[in-house]
Write a protein that binds this ligand. Structure first.
Ligand code: SF4
Length: 350
């Protein structure tokens, strides 16, 4: 799982099988979602046995789930991770790793928020995942398994890379998966159904914009350099002003969408000054702003969102030409913040 059709064809050729077997395997994987090689019944028994000597499908069921009263479901998926697979061979870091994946049903929409890393290097002040530190980057199979093995897979309409980790910090695997999801030989989804988020990582963001047609969502959280730096250390390497300049070189007027995620901390980043600075910053860029309520989480000393100030911010931005929405809070009873479930699982293990 996670290999493209051409990679599968190459692989079977190396095993002495005809290239079209790779295409058959892709169909069993990405169309039928089989769990074992033995289920690939149009492959000869000899070929199935040969494949099973060295390979497996790689599907792994979620280990745990929490259901919200509003229908949101948060899953804990086991992952292999290339980086800690190596260290496990050396005898350390043997504990099983997990990531969180959140399914959010909303009428006829079903959105899945997938993770791309275990932990994260970015260390954003408001994020539980950042506090876990960085443990490894997911392989393409680890990322895809969150979709492949999702009980609600057939209900999915959209995928957002907004779970644990910074997608640009694991760009090869993320692109491998987005390419599979949009390839006619894979899931054949429109890139308009996929959004990849980032804090802004130099050169990687540019590569993503050049090589993918998926939507992009940038975590802004403050238009002011000093304040953003205090919330997000990533501002140092790639200031938001530089990120916006890069985005302005791309076309977001047709199929592709550019949005900014903006977590509101009551009285901290929701003033008129902030509104004016956001307008100045994004001038000339076709984009939208999504305001997100901050709800208090353990060990994070930041104020919860102030509803009235957030609405004022939304209205001011929209009246001044920056289309702004307030994102509905979902699954509040099961996850105050991304990272809490895997942190709990981790401390249970240790
Ligand atoms: S908010 Fe995203 S980028 Fe920042 S630490 Fe958390 S997972 Fe990493």
């Amino acid at each position: 799982m996670g290999l493209s059709v051409s990679q599968l064809k190459e692989l079977v050729k190396q095993l002495g099988m005809p290239a079209f077997t790779g295409g058959q395997i892709a169909k069993w994987l990405y169309d039928k979602h089989v769990k074992s090689i033995d289920e690939m019944t149009n492959l000869s028994k000899a070929n199935r046995e040969r494949l099973a000597e060295d390979f497996c499908v790689g599907a792994m069921e979620p280990l745990h789930c929490q259901r919200s009263v509003d229908g949101t479901v948060k899953y804990l998926f086991p992952v292999r991770c290339s980086e800690f697979a190596d260290s496990a061979e050396n005898g350390d870091n043997k504990a099983q790793k997990f990531v969180e994946t959140v399914f959010i049903p909303d009428g006829d929409r079903g959105t899945l928020c997938v993770s791309s890393q275990v932990g994260c290097k970015m260390n954003c002040l408001f994020c539980q995942t950042g506090k876990q530190g960085f443990e490894g980057s997911l392989t393409a199979a680890d990322i895809l398994n969150q979709i492949y093995s999702l009980p609600e897979r057939e209900l999915l309409t959209n995928i957002v890379f907004m779970g644990q980790g910074e997608p640009m910090d694991n760009l090869d695997s993320v692109l491998q998966v987005t390419n599979l999801l949009t390839s006619p030989d894979g899931y054949a989804w429109s890139p308009k159904r996929i959004t990849v988020s980032s804090v802004g990582v130099k050169s990687k963001l540019k590569r993503f914009l050049d090589e993918s047609e998926c939507h992009v969502a940038i975590s802004m959280h403050s238009p002011l350099h000093e304040q953003r730096l205090s919330l997000m250390p990533a501002e140092k390497a790639m200031p938001i002003a530089e990120t916006v300049e890069l985005l302005k070189q791309y076309d977001f007027t047709h199929q592709r969408r550019c949005s900014f995620e903006y977590i509101c901390f009551g009285g901290l980043n929701d003033s008129l000054t902030h509104a004016k600075e956001i307008i100045k910053l994004v001038e000339g860029l076709e984009c939208r702003v999504n305001l997100i309520r901050f709800h208090e989480i353990p060990d994070v000393d930041l104020p919860s969102a102030n509803e009235a100030r957030m609405e004022q911010l939304r209205d001011y931005l929209t009246q001044h030409g920056v289309f702004t929405t307030i994102r509905a809070s979902r699954g509040q009873d099961i996850f105050a913040a991304c990272g809490l479930l895997s942190t709990a699982q981790k401390s249970q293990q240790s």
